[in-house]
Design a protein around this ligand. Structure first.
Ligand SMILES: C[S@@+](CC[C@H](N)C(=O)[O-])C[C@H]1O[C@@H](n2cnc3c(N)ncnc32)[C@H](O)[C@@H]1O
Length: 219
């Protein structure tokens, strides 16, 4: 087992607390700090649910965190080419408050299915490419996923809603942050404590979306 794979404090804690991945603590810290699961629009009252799009959802820790926190008041649509882990979900993933699209979020088929289920109050993306070890390639691929997530925020996020996206730092990532700042009242980067020290990942947050829907989806 390499040093990178060695279970650390966060992995052990996740197992104890019934989450399939340590990444849950990244979301928890950002939620506690920035109040991600709140939205200044009236959409919640209208739809009855706080609706979340979870891109790169597998194995399912972020979705489980939200379901456990907000239970009956939330609906989450998860998207990932990989399946969710059923080991810890206690039936949540098969329930009325969860939907899952198994596929690549950059394809037309998945895009249409996502658009059909919007709008959302929160768009969150922890999607990450399989890494090659070449920082140039990995950063480029991560940025492509992060840009796709921002396009979903353009198209499906309600005014007042929040956005969080993982990005591997480098290359054109400052341009993405600039794009977030144009669309949200607050745009900033944040590296949660649970990110591995050796990782060059960080998160960009857009809080309180300025513009109301719809914004044309890029061709
Ligand atoms: C770090 S994991 C996400 C962990 C998840 N947030 C959790 O808490 O369980 C990154 C995920 O991004 C997914 N992913 C990579 N490319 C994707 C794509 N094109 N569309 C959707 N998901 C993708 C991977 O399959 C992987 O499951």
């Amino acid at each position: 087992m390499s040093l990178y794979e060695k279970p650390d404090h966060w992995s052990i804690k996740a197992k104890k607390e019934g989450y399939p991945a340590r990444s849950v603590y990244k979301l928890q810290e950002m939620d506690e700090k920035f109040g991600l699961f709140s939205c200044s629009s009236q959409g919640v009252a209208k739809s009855g649910f706080f609706k979340v799009l979870d891109l790169g959802a597998a194995p399912g820790s972020w979705s489980l965190y939200a379901l456990r926190q907000w239970g009956q008041r939330i609906f989450i649509l998860g998207v990932d080419p990989s399946p969710l882990s059923q080991n810890y979900d206690a039936g949540f993933f098969g329930g009325d408050h969860y939907g899952f699209l198994q596929g690549d979020m950059t394809t037309g088929e998945i895009r249409d299915a996502i658009l059909a289920q919007g709008p959302f109050h929160l768009v969150m993306s922890d999607a990450a490419p399989g890494t090659t070890g070449n920082p140039g390639i990995d950063t480029l691929r991560s940025l492509a996923l992060a840009e796709a997530a921002l396009e979903y925020a353009d198209q499906t996020l309600l005014q007042g809603g929040n956005f969080v996206v993982k990005v591997f730092q480098g290359g054109d990532s400052p341009r993405l942050l600039q794009g977030i700042r144009e669309r949200f009242k607050t745009g900033r980067s944040f590296k949660p404590a649970a990110c591995r020290r050796t990782s060059f990942e960080t998160y960009y947050l857009g809080l309180d979306k300025k513009q109301s829907l719809p914004v044309p989806f890029p061709p």
